[in-house]
Design a protein around this ligand. Structure first.
Ligand code: AMP
Ligand code: GLY
Length: 426
């Protein structure tokens, strides 16, 4: 079958790499794709916001299945429009993608279903938000309700910081995303990324993973989309996986179905593992980036078959097998990220890096210029390695990183530190 993958990041390169190994695959296209995805798929220059262009392309190129990577097209209803056009797809409807698109929606759902999460208030005006704040302890977390490209969350250590975050939202710093504000209790613990496929009824957990959101070594500095990840996540014991499924994922899937907005896709729960157990920080309606890079190199089963089982509503009969090996990915970003940065610097040494045993170099933001690969984004590469232990995967990933010649880029040098420390005790 012919497949069209939507997206342009490291997540999509990893998905494309995995899809391209499927015996079910005919031809793989990716829109818009990037310089690395072009090695495994034909990149097509479609404007993803123009749903009719995507549908026309699907018809002209005999596309049997569309896999939607990022959140923006989901929240914009691409899955709904493909459905109306009779095109099979992987990714939730606009209504179900509210789990990511509206933090207030998700918090209300959690309250109704008694899903463990931070206590919160939801406000549409500055005065009532500030009045609520004045009654809460600090630290406290202020979030713009809508999609703000990962920038709409402030973990405020002081009341002043929290008040200025509220002001920023209501003064339009996040556009429409900030027209409502969620203020929530600060949760303490270790974070984990938890993924489950769902066909609207059944739910199937993926392997566990953790990412590093802060830009600097030691988990310091501003938040980013993710500077690295690893799998498995030692903190997610089998008991915690079962609790996350029973207390968070399954009630959500059942609740969404009852509301007439079944969630069909991959549900990504950002969890805080607190002393009381797992609590939901937020939902995403898509695969994580860079968690997908480590999950894909550990997946033994056919990804395309699994995504089709979701679309066909037969996930209950599906199982997934994983390599026992660990995986770790190091993101290389352009100097300046997550602030402003320049595009267009040349990256050399990628072929040699890709030859390190167990290593796949996924491209997150590159473009091809003849034979050259140029940086074309903030997060640019995800250097990913598989090995019997997390420590060995880390060593392999950094060996490959060190073969990449790119003075205009940087990476963290400590990806996986928590898991490596546990590895060495074990
Ligand atoms: P989010 O975009 O909701 O994932 O938030 C970004 C980051 O802010 C999370 O990964 C956490 O590190 C932090 N965060 C969000 N909500 C909370 C909370 N209630 N308590 C503590 N940290 C939080
Ligand atoms: N790794 C964080 C995210 O995908 O949102």
């Amino acid at each position: 079958m012919n497949v069209l993958l939507i997206g342009a990041g490291g997540r999509e390169h990893a998905l494309a790499w995995s899809l391209s190994a499927s015996p079910l695959l005919g031809k793989l296209y990716c829109a818009p794709g990037n310089g690395g995805i072009a090695q495994v798929a034909e990149c097509v220059d479609l404007d993803v916001v123009r749903h009719t262009d995507i549908i026309d392309f699907c018809r002209a190129s005999s596309i049997d299945f569309v896999v939607i990577g990022p959140e923006a097209p989901l929240v914009a209803g691409l899955a709904d429009d493909l459905g109306k056009a009779g095109i099979k797809h992987f990714g939730p409807s606009r209504a179900a993608a509210q789990l990511e698109g509206s933090k207030g929606f998700t918090k209300d759902l959690c309250r109704e279903l008694s899903i463990p999460t931070a206590a919160y208030g939801r406000f549409a005006d500055r005065a009532s938000a500030l009045a609520y704040l004045s009654r809460q302890p600090v630290p406290i977390v202020v979030k713009a309700d809508g999609l703000a490209a990962g920038k709409g969350v402030v973990v405020a250590m002081t009341r002043e910081e929290a008040e200025s975050a509220v002001d920023a939202c209501f003064s339009g710093a996040f556009g429409d995303a900030g027209s409502e504000v969620v203020i929530e209790e600060f949760l303490e613990g270790e974070e984990a990324s938890f993924f489950a496929l769902s066909d609207g009824t059944a739910a199937l957990a993926l392997a566990t993973a953790q990412d590093h959101k802060r830009v600097g070594d030691g988990d310091t500095g501003p938040n980013t989309g993710g500077m690295g990840a690893y799998s498995p996540a030692p903190i997610m014991t089998p008991d915690l996986v079962e609790r996350a499924m029973a207390e968070i994922i399954r009630p959500t899937i059942a609740g969404m179905a009852r509301r007439g907005m079944p969630f069909k896709g991959v549900l990504y729960a950002g969890l805080m593992i607190t002393s009381d157990g797992p609590k939901l920080i937020e939902y995403n309606a898509r695969f994580g980036d860079p968690e997908t890079q480590v999950l894909m190199v550990r997946l033994k089963s056919d990804l395309l078959a699994a995504l089709l089982a979701v679309a066909d509503g037969v996930l209950a009969s599906m199982d997934l097998r994983w390599h026992d090996d660990a995986a770790l990915t190091v993101v290389m970003a352009t100097n300046g990220y997550p602030g402003s940065y320049r595009r267009g610097s040349e990256i050399r040494g990628l072929a040699r890096a890709g030859e390190v045993e167990g290593v796949e170099v996924f491209h997150a933001g590159t473009r091809r210029d003849g034979d050259r690969i140029l940086a074309d984004g903030g997060r640019v590469l995800a250097v990913t390695a598989r090995a019997p232990t997390i420590s060995e995967a880390q060593a392999r990933a950094y060996r490959a990183v060190d073969l990449i010649e790119w003075p205009e880029g940087f990476c963290r040098r400590d990806i996986g530190w928590r898991a490596v420390a546990k590895d060495q005790i074990a």
